[in-house]
Design a protein around this ligand. Sequence first.
Ligand SMILES: [Zn+2]
Length: 130
Amino acid sequence: MHKKDMLHDVYIGKITERQAVKILREKFNESSDIQPMDYLCLSYGELTAISLNGISYKVVAKWRYKGWPNACARCKKPIDPEVDGWRIFRSAKINGKNRRNVMIGWTCCNRIVVDEICKAKKLKNKLNKT
Ligand SMILES: [Zn+2]
């Protein structure tokens, strides 16, 4: 099977983000035999970033060629992208505006912890208003 290095193609501008998403979707629908990591030349970390964390190809391509962020945005511990247990740290609010999908880093810390902090902030904002 002809392999496709989409991250590379997105990085050099050969295909767009939209085309990359379309190709991936088509390949998955076409056959269940496809090993996406193998066919698309993605590492485990890259696939995790794209499929589980919803990070764009463009961003992951940049990480591949320029280097991944290497520390947790919360506890500052180093993170290995090829090892499970990290996730993207999105901010629910930035400068008081709702911007749910803004990525502000990545984290090895438990999602519950992050959610609790968001809740605590919301509560604090509520209390400050009243
Ligand atoms: Zn951490």
